[in-house]
Design a binder for this molecule. Structure first.
Ligand SMILES: NC(=O)C1=CN([C@@H]2O[C@H](COP(=O)(O)OP(=O)(O)OC[C@H]3O[C@@H](n4cnc5c(N)ncnc54)[C@H](OP(=O)(O)O)[C@@H]3O)[C@@H](O)[C@H]2O)C=CC1
Ligand SMILES: O=C1CO[C@H](CO)[C@@H](O)[C@@H]1O
Length: 352
């Protein structure tokens, strides 16, 4: 099998993680790094690859088999457009665009060029998510009724000092963090049709939101509540409970999602199932049986890369399409709108 050449654009926090996964893979190699400052010259030299100051310089000089765009959100649509026009399959970090209008333009470009674009919602490649979705799909929980979710964690003070945009509207946890949760919720529970939300920034007092409470309605009729806070000294979040990203502190005995159906419930990621004994009706008088599903831990960034390589080889379609990314963004925009207006916001979906 040919070793595929992958270039990384934007060698910041997540770009460096992508570089490491490429280097760790035997099926691909790093082709180049694009970054506007000379500061990554040393990193490029370490890996024995060229460093370009802008994407256009790379596209003029080379034709990698695939490109990973890990640049700030405002560049996503224009840079992905350049890659698609150059005929290069692309992994574009989330969010797919800074707003749905731009996201729709990108979706049209993907359709026109026919070049595959994978959106970097890496939790779609998580073994925990795969097993949780399989449990829900098996029907053992019965008809889905409700879910509770939490993404409550404390961002340290220097997080805001390093990048001032993070204290302004748009730089908060709704767009940065909630978009990952929305993708997970859509995978587990189906499409979200309505949202209501309230926000607060009473602790730091910055213009950006810090805590948000949400009510969600899913297309199935199930309801959900979700709490998001980046100022809570709490361990109830995906990263802190799943342990998929070793950079975060880990609390394996905590959950971040709880899903309930008419026959049972599932706590994630402890993967505790509590369900009615077969043949018995559900009753609060009778004990539910318990099962804890064990899982091998895998690095979802590594599985995402393996999937991207299959996409490049033409073996599979992107697991997270531009339309999927756009639908996540729609929900996040609806949450922001619900916070601003206090109204119940109804969502429309775009289909592939
Ligand atoms: N899937 C995931 O788990 C995660 C995804 N993300 C997403 O990844 C993207 C990057 O986030 P993050 O790594 O935190 O951001 P960083 O600011 O850490 O990194 C972005 C990098 O891109 C560089 N850059 C800026 N403009 C350009 C350009 N025009 N061409 C090439 N490189 C450029 C920046 O250089 P300079 O600093 O010199 O401007 C910086 O090194 C965001 O879209 C974010 O939402 C982020 C974290 C996790
Ligand atoms: O994009 C990111 C920002 O923070 C998240 C935590 O919610 C991470 O999962 C993610 O990598």
């Amino acid at each position: 099998m040919t070793v595929l050449k992958i270039a990384v654009v934007g060698a910041g926090l997540i770009g460096k993680a992508h570089i490491q996964t490429i280097v760790n893979s035997s099926e691909c190699c790093l082709a180049a790094i694009v970054e506007p400052s000379d500061s990554v010259g040393e990193l490029a030299a370490q890996h024995g690859v060229p460093h370009f100051l802008c994407l256009q310089d790379l596209l003029d000089a080379a034709h990698p088999d695939g490109l990973i765009l890990a640049t700030p959100n405002q560049f996503h649509v224009s840079q992905a457009g350049f890659c698609l026009n150059a005929g290069i399959p692309t992994l574009l970090e989330k969010p797919v665009a800074i707003n749905c209008e731009e996201g729709l333009q990108l979706a049209a470009q993907v359709r026109r060029t026919g070049i595959p674009l994978l959106v970097g919602h890496h939790r779609a490649h998580s073994a925990i998510m795969a097993r949780a979705c399989a449990i829900v799909a098996s029907g053992q929980l019965g008809q889905l009724v409700s879910m509770m979710g939490s993404a409550q964690f404390p961002k340290p003070a220097d997080y805001f000092l390093e990048a001032l945009w993070r204290s302004q509207a748009g730089g908060g946890p709704i767009l940065i963090n909630m978009i990952h949760e929305v993708h997970n919720l859509r995978m587990l529970m189906g499409e979200i049709t309505h949202v209501q939300a309230m926000s607060s920034s009473v602790v730091r007092g910055m213009p950006v939101e810090e805590t948000v409470s949400m009510s969600l309605r899913f297309a199935s009729g199930a309801l959900g509540t979700f709490l998001l806070s980046d100022v809570a000294a709490s361990s109830h979040s995906w990263e802190q409970t799943s342990g998929e990203n070793p950079a975060y502190a880990r609390y394996p005995d905590n959950d971040c999602y709880f899903i309930a159906g008419t026959r049972g419930s599932l706590s994630i990621p402890t993967m505790r199932i509590r369900r009615c004994i077969e043949g018995q009706n559900a009753s609060w008088w009778d004990p539910l049986e318990q099962e804890i599903v064990t899982l091998d831990s895998i690095d979802p960034l590594m599985s995402q890369l393996a999937h991207f390589l299959q996409v490049i080889r033409g073996k599979v379609s992107p697991a997270v399409s531009v339309v999927d990314g756009l639908n996540n963004l729609r929900v996040v925009e609806a949450i922001a709108q619900a916070v601003q207006t206090g109204a119940l916001v109804e969502l429309e979906q775009t289909h592939d």
